[in-house]
Design a protein around this ligand. Structure first.
Ligand SMILES: [Zn+2]
Length: 404
């Protein structure tokens, strides 16, 4: 490393440490900051001035004096700057502006209506153009942060592989930066939830397996506080872990993949075929007026919590397949926690209890006894928090050099 690079790295670390400290422990004086992170008062002075000029930090009152003038206190200001967050998914494109605490100021949703490939990208660019055009003071926009399902190369900002959206090697970052002239970030959706869990969640885990169950099944792995991306960015494809030997054929070419047993399209079609069969005991038919499209994950989770017999049977099967995959994964990774999220999991205490019980019964005692299985503690719009967290980590280095 050249001397110049070393100096640059140290400056970035100091900046991130100072910003983190003010964000978490402010209002705080410059003197206290210098003492806590062991840097010179001159360095703190110059970095705090930069952060104030850029709108990240503001003065807030004065502290006690132990003699002499009372020190000015500084606090994090989430409202001056904002982020444009984008969630690309199979069914919709959602764009929002958020402050740096994740409060949504404005959000727009566009249905994708089964668009794929070039048509999908065109819809995305048109929607983003409309959104950006009516925003005031773009100079306060810290960046555009985009999350997408599938295999993503976060470093290059490229969607490498998404069969359902027919997106292969699409350079989203370059495309957006060239169109709008705003620094842009791209990451896999589940990876972004892992970063959000660390940034906004109740526990800042350093070694974590995060699993989402909804339209598809995805996972993210945190190792020593950093996302484990693997050799080419496709780590965490737990949805394609085979849980049934010689089972149902999967779009990936393999058979018996987890995704085909626990994702919403599978559960939905199982409910529909049960409703079409005589003699199945369920309360779901009473809620849908014959319209199978009105069976939503929320309705299913509610039916589970009410003890509906059909839903209980399906949830038992889901828990069985999920726990097989979780046991395999925790034996391999030995995380401190497994966090579950997604529309089929959130609010589903029955599923959580079943998975806990099955994992602890099957895992090696030394592993099973030491891994907590929890529901995500994130509240609100997890996708938008995910996109914001990607930017906070990359642009402001929040959480990169110090534990939050
Ligand atoms: Zn598969």
């Amino acid at each position: 490393m050249t001397l110049e690079k070393k100096v640059h790295l140290i400056q970035a670390m100091n900046r991130s440490n100072i910003l983190n400290l003010i964000r978490l422990e402010g209002p705080i004086s410059k003197r206290a900051v210098a003492k806590r992170i062991q840097v010179s008062p001159t360095t703190v002075n110059s970095i705090v001035s930069d952060l104030m000029r850029e709108g990240f930090v503001k003065e807030k009152g004065v502290g006690y004096s132990t003699g002499g003038r009372k020190p000015v206190l500084y606090t994090f200001d989430p409202d001056v700057n904002f982020v444009i967050a984008v969630s690309l998914s199979n069914s919709s494109i959602r764009i929002a502006s958020l402050n740096l605490n994740g409060d949504i100021k404005e959000i727009k949703t566009h249905a994708t209506e089964k668009r794929q490939g070039r048509a999908y990208i065109e819809l995305f660019l048109n929607a983003l153009t409309l959104f950006v055009e009516h925003l005031e003071d773009l100079s306060r926009c810290v960046g555009i942060s985009i999350i997408a399902p599938g295999v993503v190369d976060a470093k290059r900002g490229v969607i490498k592989y998404n069969a359902r959206l027919a997106l292969f090697e699409v350079g989203i970052k370059k495309l957006v930066e060239e169109t709008f002239g705003i620094t842009t970030f791209l990451d896999n959706d589940t990876h972004s939830f892992v970063i959000a869990e660390r940034y906004f969640g109740a526990d800042a885990y350093r070694n974590l397996l995060y699993i989402t169950v909804g339209e598809g099944v995805g996972s993210g792995i945190l190792v020593n506080g950093e996302i484990y991306r693997g050799h080419s960015g496709s780590s965490g494809e737990i949805g394609h872990m085979a849980v049934v030997q010689g089972g149902a054929p999967c779009s990936c070419g393999n058979k018996g993949c987890l995704e085909n047993y626990v994702s919403w399209p599978t559960i939905h079609s199982k409910i529909v075929s049960a409703l079409l069969t005589q003699g199945v005991e369920t309360s779901i038919s009473a809620h849908i007026d014959g319209d199978f499209n009105s069976i939503t994950p929320e309705l299913f989770v509610e039916a589970v919590e009410e003890g509906d017999p059909l839903s209980m049977q399906l949830i038992e099967e889901m828990a069985e397949y999920l726990s097989v995959a979780i046991v395999n994964a925790v034996h391999l990774l030995n995380p401190e926690a497994v966090v579950l999220s997604g529309e089929l999991v959130q609010g589903n205490e029955t599923l959580l209890a079943l998975v806990r019980e099955k994992v602890s019964r099957r895992a090696l005692p030394s592993v099973g006894a030491n891994v907590g299985i929890h529901m995500t503690s994130l509240r609100g719009d997890i996708e938008m928090l995910g996109a914001l967290s990607v930017l906070l980590q990359e642009e402001m280095h929040v959480g990169r050099y110090s534990r939050l």
